[in-house]
Design a protein around this ligand. Structure first.
Ligand code: FAD
Ligand code: SIN
Length: 562
């Protein structure tokens, strides 16, 4: 399906080159796009804490939402986004992203992404003239709560195709330098005094191989670190989703918003040997039905859109039915569609399920909801600017106002590309007037002894279980209070560990997750209503006024030490 790319990175140890015009933290859709867009005018360092492909982007299945069909319209995509967003979408941001999504798809085609086309059609791609690319031959899929077919995809492995293409392009680019196996630990922020703004001028980085920390200087730093769904025991996300960017930005003094809106995808495969494998919503778009163990369909009782209702509705319905019946899972059934269509449209899901003993052309797929997407994050404007000068953030780590209280399917990748474009343009406008701020103070790394791995892994487990049990799909004031108390204790232990022992990536991720979990619980406690993804049994109704939950570090000093 997608061309093979040479994934071998040009690895650069931090310390060998210590200065870049732009330092991008994260090699997913957002980070790679920004790097490629900025490469013509800047040297770019691109950090990734594990292997380059280990972000949510690589695993994205369904696709990218954009208006390409004549019968569709930007207004319709804007309205669908806002309806799902439960009164909290920022219209100007929705219009910005939706309005530029087709241009993003065009750029991706130009980079060479092998999107699925209509039968027999081809798209000219890979460095051809923009104007020559005819997007009308792309196949458009259907996903929940979209009133038109508008999902551009590469069969059921869109993220892999996007990652491999952008990575190949970046690897060919002499001004982009990859640093794999390097974990950003904290931001370097200059306090100039005299009333001048605080300015980000670099990043402290842990080299995972040597466990040494050093600083990398940059004129601009970009957080493209993805979301925080690893805060939950069951998730569709890879291990990288530990909220590092949100935690680093918070510790540096940035506001975060709407952290209570954690999206649970309704259909994660329920199988002991494949805990995080997603079954794309596009399968329901092709007619797959949700069924109880006895074969009865149930979605119509919850929403007239049935299986294609928005994710919050479908996930809550599944949660309700499994609890009511005392069952572990429900079933997704596409066996009534022609086997050939299923195999062609969902080749990766078909293959993976077959490896696990499920032939989806004949059998039902056991599914459960799992944490999938972080709607809140670091507050940014449409250019990706944060509260700190020269610190940008793009992608899932941000709160841009696009998603509101619930994200409609396939708008996340569109946001990654569109805001990365705007951020690169914004940096391009400023770079001529921006010097390096000077070297960072050394990291006080005197801790020689390694920590206790058992304590770390038990803390991980406890934290994620606590979030799953008390801050999940259905919440209550009592559950949130219990989570707050448990997390406070965990944070104390983790903080002590962090202060006393030599730093490791596991420890850094745990420290960040503990902070981000604290931000989620604090935000959830402040919202005295049920809206979008946040459902609280003690406040089941909507308040008349829709308002974002904005947290500023000085007002939550207890969450700052981490
Ligand atoms: P990511 O792709 O998650 O990349 C984050 C990067 O940051 C990684 O390289 C990671 O290693 C790096 N990183 C993190 N912390 C550090 C640190 N401290 N130091 C150094 N590096 C760090 N959305 C859609 O729109 N359509 C879909 O079809 C779709 N399908 C999905 C399917 C799955 C299974 C999942 C999990 C998500 C899906 N989503 C989809 C959501 C979407 O994929 C993500 O929101 C999007 O890819 C996020 O991109 P990103 O660049 O912001 O972050
Ligand atoms: C999916 O393919 O169901 C995921 C799409 C998304 O998260 O937007």
């Amino acid at each position: 399906m997608s061309p093979r790319t040479n994934l071998a990175p040009r690895r650069m140890i931090p310390g060998s080159t210590r200065k870049f015009d732009i330092l991008v933290i994260g090699s997913g859709a957002a980070g790679l796009t920004l790097a490629l867009r900025a490469a013509p005018f800047a040297s770019v360092g691109l950090l990734s804490k594990s292997s380059l492909e280990q972000g949510a982007t690589f695993y994205a299945q369904g696709g990218i939402a954009a208006v390409l069909d004549d019968s569709d319209s930007l207004e319709s995509h804007v309205e669908d986004t806002i309806t799902v967003g439960g009164g909290l979408c920022h219209r100007e941001m929705v219009e910005h992203v939706v309005g530029n999504s087709a241009a993003a798809v065009r750029w991706l085609v130009e980079q060479g992404v092998p999107f699925s086309t209509l039968p027999g059609a081809t798209v000219r791609r890979g460095g051809s003239n923009d104007a020559d690319i005819d997007l009308s031959s792309l196949h458009l899929a259907q996903e929940g709560a979209h009133s038109h077919r508008r999902i551009i995809h590469a069969t059921d492995a869109t993220g892999k195709a996007v990652f491999q293409t952008l990575h190949r392009r970046a690897n060919e680019n002499p001004t982009i330098h990859f640093m794999e196996g390097c974990t950003a630990l904290d931001l370097v922020v200059h306090e100039p005094g005299g009333g001048a703004s605080r300015r980000c001028s670099g990043v402290y980085v842990l080299d995972d191989a040597t466990r040494r920390v050093s600083a990398i200087e940059a004129r601009f730093v970009v957080l493209a670190t993805g979301g925080a769904s690893k805060a939950y025991l069951y998730t569709t996300n890879p291990d990288s989703a530990s909220g590092d960017g949100i935690a680093m930005a918070w510790r540096a003094g940035c506001r975060v918003a709407n952290m209570e809106f954690n999206q649970f995808h309704p259909t994660c495969l329920f199988h002991p040997h494949a805990r995080s494998f997603l079954i794309t919503e596009a399968m329901r778009g092709e007619g797959a039905r949700l069924e109880l163990p006895d074969g009865a369909r149930f979605m119509e009782q919850f929403d007239s859109r049935g299986e294609l209702a928005s994710r919050d509705v479908v996930a809550r319905a599944i949660d309700h039915e499994t609890k009511r019946l005392g069952e572990d899972c429900v079933y997704l059934n596409i066996a009534h569609r022609p086997a050939e269509l299923v195999r062609e449209r969902f080749p990766n899901i078909h293959r993976r399920c077959l490896e696990l003993g499920i032939d989806i052309t004949r059998e039902r797929i056991p599914v459960v909801p799992a944490a999938h997407y972080t709607c809140g994050g670091v507050m940014v404007n449409r250019d990706g600017e944060t509260d700190i000068e020269n610190l940008y953030a793009v992608g899932e780590t941000t709160f841009s106002g696009l998603h509101g209280a619930n994200r409609i399917a396939s708008n996340s990748l569109s946001e990654c590309f569109v805001i990365a474009f705007s951020a690169a343009d914004s940096i391009g406008r400023k770079i001529g007037d921006t010097d390096f701020a000077g070297p960072a103070p050394g990291w006080p790394d005197s801790r020689a002894e390694s920590g206790d791995d058992i304590l770390i892994s038990h803390n991980w487990d406890e934290l994620r279980r606590c979030m799953w049990d008390y801050v999940g799909i259905v919440r209550s004031d009592g559950r949130l209070r219990r989570a707050e108390r448990r997390l406070e204790m965990l944070r104390e232990e983790i903080h002590e560990h962090f202060q006393s022992y030599r730093i490791s990536r596991d420890m850094l991720e745990l420290r960040n997750l503990a902070l981000v979990a604290g931000l989620i619980v604090r935000s959830a406690g402040l919202r005295k209503e049920s809206r979008g993804l946040h459902f609280n049994l003690d406040h089941p109704n909507l308040l008349p006024e829709a308002a974002d939950t904005v947290l500023a570090p000085p007002e939550h000093a207890d969450l700052l030490e981490f």
